[in-house]
Design a protein around this ligand. Structure first.
Ligand code: ADP
Ligand code: MG
Length: 361
């Protein structure tokens, strides 16, 4: 699939922007703070119903305006879909696909498959487990609606269980009702653990192969799932930890505590990897994601590269450009890298300045 058109109004510093993308390489270049990342953020919003930069939707509305609109037209060999996002300061977010309002975000997933590689992706390796769970969940939710449903139910039940734990601290007799939440939580938790296990195994296999090529066979990358508890032990452990959970007023066991490790040549990249190795591991994981989407969804995702080319050495740049020949790519940069001048792919260059975008010839 590819993004044919993007229209944005009052999104961050972008005033009124209309872009016709080509099917291959699109370069958005300009100085810092001109609106390049905001364009990618707008696309990301259409694909996932949220921003990759903020948890507060309304942050993306231009400071001086009350509302913002983003519209994308997505095409495939046979299909053409339109996604509309409308955010207003004092209203719920409104999203429509082909003019039909989306009631749950899950209904949006699948219309626009994107893979974003941004400087923040280093957090995937460096930061705490919650960042890695977020990555896994976001990718899995886009790929698998059942996973999205299970995760949503799990989070809802977890919240209710945690509330009840706090209530029990005040009123011990409520303890008798806890088993209802325990069995529901373990039902959905077990499914999540099994689905994560499979996904991380698949992504590890592919990322390992890619990483091997990028590093010229020097590095062996493994992505390892570290579940907080195995699926068959979840309910038992939940019950075993009841008194501890009541004492702390929170659930100590379950997939909400899972982690994932990126291992390079046997060592955890989080603790032992150089910045370059960490970045490259994240890149391998992202390129693996492209392959998973191609395989499972039978379509090519759109790759968004935010300011990352200049961070890679020449060999890695070439590998990246080489491996994305057949998909649509939207790249932001402050200067046009040599590698992009050399590529024989169909390339379109846009100049971004002060919230405005112009096609250059
Ligand atoms: N809600 C907003 N309203 C107006 N401007 C904003 C808003 N949020 C961020 N900005 C500004 O938008 C500009 C563009 O940011 P960004 O897209 O990240 O630039 P680039 O990627 O080109 O460096 C920045 O100057 C930023 O301060
Ligand atoms: Mg930027």
């Amino acid at each position: 699939m590819y993004i044919d058109k993007l229209s944005v109004e009052n999104f961050r510093n972008l005033k009124k922007v209309n872009i016709d993308f080509n099917k291959n390489i699109n370069i958005l270049y300009g100085d810092n703070a001109q609106g390049k990342t905001s364009i990618l953020e707008g696309i990301y919003f259409c694909a996932t119903g949220r921003s990759h930069k903020t948890h507060t939707d309304k942050d993306v509305i231009n400071f001086n305006e009350n509302e913002t609109h983003i519209k994308t037209i997505i095409r495939d060999d046979t299909a053409c879909d339109k996604i509309d996002v409308h955010l207003k300061k004092n209203m719920k977010k409104w999203i429509a696909v082909n003019n039909m309002p989306v009631k749950k975000i899950g209904e949006l997933f699948g219309f626009l498959h994107i893979v974003l590689f941004a400087p923040e992706d280093l957090r995937l390796i460096k930061s705490g487990p919650s960042e890695r769970r977020r990555f896994i969940d976001l990718e899995m939710c886009q790929l698998n609606k059942i996973y999205y449903y299970n995760l949503k139910q799990y989070c809802k039940i977890l919240k209710q269980r945690n509330n009840l734990l706090k209530e029990i601290q005040k009123n011990k007799s409520l303890k008798d009702t806890l088993f209802v939440w325990d069995s529901q939580l373990s039902e959905f938790g077990e499914k999540i653990i099994k689905q994560r296990q499979k996904f991380i195994y698949d992504i590890s296999e592919l990322a390992s192969e890619i990483h091997n090529k990028i590093t010229g066979g020097k590095e062996r990358l493994e992505i390892i799932y570290k579940p907080n508890v195995s699926s068959d032990m979840f309910e038992k452990k939940l019950i075993k930890n009841t008194d501890k959970d009541i004492f702390y007023g929170t659930t100590s066991t379950g997939p909400h505590k899972d982690d994932v490790s990126f291992i390079i040549n046997g060592y955890d990249a989080k603790d032992y990897g150089s910045q370059g190795q960490q970045r490259c591991s994240a890149l391998s994981a992202k390129l693996a994601e492209i392959e998973i989407i191609k395989k499972e969804k039978k379509t090519n995702p759109v790759l968004l590269l935010d300011d990352v080319l200049s961070e890679l050495d020449e060999k890695r740049q070439s590998f990246l450009i080489e491996s994305i020949k057949d998909i649509q790519v939207i790249i932001t940069c402050t200067g046009i890298e040599d590698i992009l001048k050399k590529t024989n792919a169909d390339t379109q260059v846009f100049f971004v300045e002060n919230g405005d975008v112009k096609l250059t010839v």
